[in-house]
Design a protein around this ligand. Structure first.
Ligand SMILES: Nc1ncnc2c1ncn2[C@@H]1O[C@H](COP(=O)(O)OP(=O)(O)OP(=O)(O)O)[C@@H](O)[C@H]1O
Ligand SMILES: [Mg+2]
Length: 256
């Protein structure tokens, strides 16, 4: 890990019909880091990822990635700069094979004119991404037959083959079995070790405890706390947010 900030967010605002989903958020992520992002339902975690990736347009603030301003850039350009993301609900093409899904995604980042010329390179990247996520043996199967956990991995492979510098994972282990969670945690660690900076949104505190080093807590669209898992679990404000309001089982787990 170097000290250079890869992602620098300052005073970010996202407003939906007068509602401040992200409300003056500051966040810095350094190159090579695996940062966990937690917070109650509706805290604005997914909206933050949507803003970084150009899916929603912020009303104010700045998002600098490798020194470049992302606010106002188009989605495709942000992917081209090296920002990849997965979605809370996996979005794969069910009729296409596992391999074809990754292949389509791999081509997305290439300029149209170089598509044919670069085919060989793409094929290598597709194979590598499928091996990374452990789906190489299922590559000929239609994506529709995959389990929920396997679809999440396919989505990760679809982003990995684009060689992102920053990978944003929105609740990658939701709905996974214990064994799948473990494999996903190991995958995340491995991706970071190979040089990709990773931001993981997660509710499952067992998973966070096991795989996180640094955790950022969001609440009502802003940064509430930041530190090691132990530090944020002991933080009075964090405990208050998770204990002092009606909550679901996922939110309650944070102080367990
Ligand atoms: N497109 C939208 N239009 C209006 N309101 C929205 C929109 N997207 C999100 N919101 C609202 O913004 C707030 C933040 O939502 P967001 O999905 O970012 O939360 P989250 O932290 O990802 O929650 P969860 O843990 O449930 O995934 C919520 O109150 C949500 O209802
Ligand atoms: Mg969300």
């Amino acid at each position: 890990m170097t000290d250079a900030p890869l992602l620098e967010i300052r005073g970010l605002e996202v407003i939906f019909d007068g509602f401040h989903a992200v409300d003056g958020l500051d966040l810095t992520v350094r190159e090579g880091e695996v940062r966990f992002l937690i917070g109650p339902n509706g805290a604005g975690k997914t909206t933050l990822v949507d803003a970084i990736t150009g899916l929603v347009r912020p009303a104010g603030g700045s998002i600098r990635f490798a020194g470049e301003e992302l606010v106002g850039q188009r989605e495709h350009r942000i992917v081209g700069l090296g920002v990849g993301r997965t979605f809370q609900t996996p979005t794969v093409f069910e009729q296409l094979s596992v391999l074809e899904n990754v292949d389509v995604a791999a081509s997305f980042r290439l300029p149209f004119r170089s598509l044919l010329r670069r085919r060989r390179g793409v094929t290598d990247r597709v194979r590598r991404a499928l091996e990374d996520v452990g789906l190489a043996e299922l590559q000929e199967e239609p994506a529709g037959v995959l389990s929920h956990g396997q679809r999440q991995w396919l989505e990760v492979a679809m982003v990995l083959c684009q060689r992102p510098r920053l990978l944003l994972l929105d609740e990658p282990v939701a709905g996974m079995t214990g064994e799948e969670r473990l494999r996903t945690g190991e995958l995340t660690t491995r991706i970071a070790a190979e040089g990709t900076t990773v931001v993981v949104i997660e509710h499952d505190m067992d998973f966070v405890r096991r795989f996180a080093t640094r955790v950022t807590v969001m609440h009502e669209g802003a940064l509430l706390a930041e530190g090691t898992v132990a530090e944020v679990q002991q933080d009075a404000m964090v405990r208050d947010v998770y204990l002092g309001r009606p909550r679901d089982a996922r939110g309650a787990a944070v102080v367990a």
